[in-house]
Design a protein around this ligand. Structure first.
Ligand SMILES: Cc1cc2nc3c(=O)[nH]c(=O)nc-3n(C[C@H](O)[C@H](O)[C@H](O)COP(=O)(O)OP(=O)(O)OC[C@H]3O[C@@H](n4cnc5c(N)ncnc54)[C@H](O)[C@@H]3O)c2cc1C
Length: 521
């Protein structure tokens, strides 16, 4: 078994862990981050993609609202290329409490969250599909953020400053020496080899898995998990984020992201970080609530569904069983103070929007504990940006149009998201051993468009087979298609069902790619 040592070991490669490792690396600390799968596989790749203006929590959770508002301003400066400035609207429909907008706008003004009331005609000019019976409408500074791109840039930032990111490395156990955490036993899942890593400080940033990590260290963590289901509509029905102007509840937001519009979300208490099953009532509710904002939405085509799990801090004195009622603000626990265990902290809760602030506070504490005097510089350090690597659909289209059609040597592999063969080959070249189709999806968006991997999955699989000396197992292709199928199944009616059946027949009948029992059916 090989062994390594570092100053800081970060467990978890979601936005929280990546932010902490980036901040620590920028301050000159020796840092290693381990992630059991690929970046963006946990909650950080399973949300709406909303860069909060703060408006959503102005009345229910002012601390979180204030944090979101200030981080929104910072992220627009340091990660501008991952953000689309869609703007946001808070609108009062006939179903919403009439006294709410006045209370809400005054809370926004107290928290310094810009919210400007606009006329209904101005609102409809901006978003013509909105319900004409909406009574009031406010403009806020919401935006949409691409968390896959953001995560990639954070990895690059960590590595550029000497930090190490180990993907497919899972923490198996933590070793204590009396009241001190001293070592982690880690398994490299790409080759099943074990590794021992000693560190001066261990950071638990495992999101919904955070309790599993503290259990390994023999301490308790008061964590509640809330599942949220989302539905992506196959068109970008709005260009502005649209929120209901009422207390946060199920189905109260629509976020335009890339070519789709995302309806969110529900909040269902669950026991496990893997409890991602979607229930029919959730889809019905999201479509019904969305229809109040955009009349006729129910007749538009839903593309797919997915769910994410919120890790929420639940102090012992809060017996609330409803996760919607728990605060969204983040918590940093020093286990020396809470449990008498030295060299171990947990960072939980918060929002993707506030990952940088969470990291700043966590690394301030780490520096205090390690007696290092280094100030945080992430608020003024732009994330590295490799032009042309992470491309939005419009810039991919522009790239294609710039090429003379006859001079095109690069083939289009995913027509929906305009991914070229060269993009895939480049991603394979840069990726770690054991890269799977789902990792390429997070890198390049293959399989995320309207046909949901009808064609690009087997083409990408073929390209990967040519690239690696021994062809990747068919299991990766099956898993990829199964994940797509799980997301489409809850909305399988109308044209979505037709598309699904069409893709199924391609895979089963043309390519014989199904499990043995299905090939015969
Ligand atoms: C439905 C939903 C919608 C949301 N919408 C928004 C939004 O629009 N805007 C916003 O700002 N926030 C949003 N959020 C909140 C935001 O997504 C989360 O706060 C944030 O992504 C949490 O990131 P994290 O890094 O703490 O957790 P994760 O992203 O889950 O990262 C934890 C990582 O730890 C890894 N890990 C676990 N165990 C181990 C182990 N043993 N060894 C190694 N690695 C391990 C996991 O694989 C995982 O990648 C939403 C949340 C949900 C659930």
């Amino acid at each position: 078994m090989s062994s390594l040592s570092t100053q800081v070991l970060v467990i978890g490669g979601g936005a929280t862990g990546l932010g902490i490792a980036w901040d620590a690396a920028l301050r000159g600390l020796k840092v290693v981050l381990i992630e059991q799968s690929d970046i963006g596989q946990g909650t950080s790749g399973r949300h709406h993609g909303l860069l909060h203006s703060g408006g959503r929590y102005a009345l229910s959770d002012p601390v979180s609202a204030r944090d979101c508002a200030s981080e929104n301003r910072i992220l627009r400066k340091i990660a501008s290329h991952t953000i689309e400035d869609t703007g946001g609207l808070f609108v009062a429909t006939p179903a919403d409490p009439v006294d709410y907008p006045d209370r809400w706008v005054s809370a926004c003004s107290q928290l310094n969250i810009p919210a400007e009331e606009i006329s209904l005609s101005a609102m409809l000019e901006r978003e013509p599909l909105l319900n004409p019976r909406i009574s009031r409408s406010f403009l806020v500074q919401d935006a949409s953020v691409d968390s896959f791109d953001l995560s990639h840039l954070l990895v690059k930032g960590i590595q550029e400053h000497g930090g190490v990111v180990l993907l497919r490395h899972r923490l198996e156990s933590l070793i204590r020496h009396q009241d001190r955490l001293v070592e982690a036993k880690i398994i490299d899942l790409s080759n099943d080899k074990s590794l021992r890593l000693s560190a001066n400080l261990f950071v638990n940033a495992a999101g919904p898995w955070a309790k599993t990590i503290t259990t390994m260290a023999g301490v308790e963590l008061p964590l509640a998990l809330g599942k949220g289901t989302l539905v992506a509509m196959s068109h970008r029905l709005v260009n502005t984020v649209v929120n209901r102007c009422k207390p946060p509840s199920d189905g109260d937001i629509i976020v335009p992201v890339g070519t789709v519009a995302i309806l969110g979300t529900t909040d269902v208490p669950v026991k496990e970080p893997t409890s991602l099953d979607i229930e029919p009532w959730e889809v019905d509710l999201l479509l019904a609530e969305g229809d109040l904002l955009l009349p006729g939405l129910r007749d538009s085509r839903p593309l797919r569904t997915w769910a994410g799990i919120r890790p929420l801090y639940q102090p012992a004195d809060n017996g609330d069983t409803q996760t919607r009622a728990l605060l969204r603000a983040h918590v940093i626990l020093d286990h020396e103070e809470t449990d008498g265990l030295q060299c171990f902290i947990s960072v939980i809760g918060g929002k993707l929007t506030t990952f940088r602030l969470m990291a700043e506070e966590a690394v301030d504490l780490i520096c205090d504990k390690l007696e290092i005097d280094q100030k945080c510089s992430t608020a003024s350090t732009p994330l590295p940006h490799e032009s042309g690597q992470f491309l939005s659909l419009p810039s991919r289209l522009e790239k294609l149009e710039r090429q003379h059609p006859l001079a095109t040597t690069d083939q289009i592999v995913c027509e929906c998201e305009l991914v070229l063969r060269g993009d895939i080959e480049l991603a394979l070249e840069k990726s770690a051993a054991g890269t799977e189709l789902d990792d390429l999806r997070r890198d390049l968006r293959i399989g995320m468009g309207p046909c949901q991997a009808g064609f690009c999955a087997f083409r990408t699989y073929a390209i990967s087979s040519e690239y690696y000396s021994s062809p990747p197992s068919l299991k990766g292709l099956h898993n990829f298609l199964y994940e797509r199928w799980k997301g489409i199944r809850p909305v399988s009616w109308g044209s979505t069902l037709q598309q699904m059946e069409f893709s199924r027949r391609i895979y089963l009948d043309l390519l014989a790619a199904g499990p043995k029992s299905e090939k015969r059916s």
